[in-house]
Ligand binder design. Structure first.
Ligand code: NAD
Length: 269
């Protein structure tokens, strides 16, 4: 087969559309902001607390400091975006944490770590969706994409808090998807495998190193943030108009690979 043969790629057009991305200053969220800018969105708003990383945002992204665990800050951020751009076409709930001190068996989990996880990773998604949905209902259009995780689908050691909360992000999309389907609004979730971002880099050593993690994915490498962003572009486009209340795993085959299919490594061909 000719390796140089073009494989083709779809280009989306977000002209005239307004996208809000939480946690857009880093990793997957940053790639999603870039993807909306690249596809000519009329407005891209990044909600984050990382004021020191605003300089990393591409030109054309508006930054609002918003701690998504605070409902009033979420209300203000959505209201500001509507004032500035007149609409909310896409909300990407992406801001989440997986701190080092959450990698413990549940009986050792400090309560303050649980409180932070549930506040940012679960309540934050709820608050932003709540205020964005109010605007989307008036428009009779809009898409909410929750960035969940493969750890919300299946188990791993030491994610006894993060995993169930990520499962909640998948369930939020199912619930909200059916509840707002007749309002012209779609809600979906995306569950990444291990993606090369600061969050994953910070925990690689705990999980046996990059080669081990990469090898667990049948495709044999970590995912790239842009590969999650591409899924978000598709799911939020009209090409996905009949898709709501469901989840897409962007995981290099990790979720399809049964533990009993060991041994690793997968053969390289
Ligand atoms: N990287 C992966 O392999 C992976 C795998 C599965 C799921 N995910 C999910 O993808 C999403 C993004 O992860 P990432 O790896 O890009 O993480 P990251 O740590 O690189 O970026 C997260 C961003 O969220 C922001 N943030 C944190 N707390 C916030 C708050 N209270 N309010 C507003 N912003 C806040 C951070 O400042 C940062 O900019 C998360 O939902 C994560 O659970 C990541």
């Amino acid at each position: 087969m000719n390796q140089n043969r073009p494989r083709g790629s779809v280009r989306y057009d977000n002209s005239g559309r307004i996208a809000i991305v939480s946690g857009g200053c880093s990793g997957i969220g940053l790639a999603i902001c870039e993807a909306f800018v690249r596809t000519n969105a009329a407005g891209v708003v990044c909600l984050d607390i990382a004021e020191d990383r605003v300089g990393d945002l591409p030109e054309g992204v508006e930054f609002i400091r918003c701690d998504t665990s605070q409902d009033e800050q979420c209300r203000e951020a959505i209201a500001w975006s509507v004032d500035r751009f007149g609409a909310v076409d896409v909300l990407v709930n992406n801001a989440a944490i997986q701190p080092q001190d959450s990698y413990v068996p549940l009986h050792q989990l400090p309560v303050d770590v649980w409180n932070r996880l549930i506040a940012i990773n679960f309540s934050g998604y709820t608050f932003l969706a709540k205020f964005a949905l109010q605007q989307m209902q008036q428009q009779h259009s809009g898409v909410v994409v929750n960035i969940a995780s493969g750890q919300g689908h299946r188990t791993a050691r030491q994610v006894g808090a993060y995993g169930p909360i990520k499962a909640g992000n998948i369930m939020q999309a199912r619930q909200w998807g059916i509840e707002y389907a007749r309002d012209g609004i779609r809600v979906v979730s995306v569950s990444p495998g291990a993606i090369d971002t600061p969050m994953v880099r910070a925990s690689l050593s705990q999980q046996g190193g990059e080669a081990v993690i990469a090898n667990r994915h049948p495709i044999g490498r970590l995912g790239r943030p842009e590969e999650v962003a591409n899924a978000v572009l598709w799911l939020s486009s009209e090409d996905a108009a009949f898709i709501t209340g469901t989840d897409l795993e962007v995981d290099g085959g990790l979720g399809a690979f049964a533990a009993f299919a060991n041994p690793y490594p997968m053969p390289n061909r």
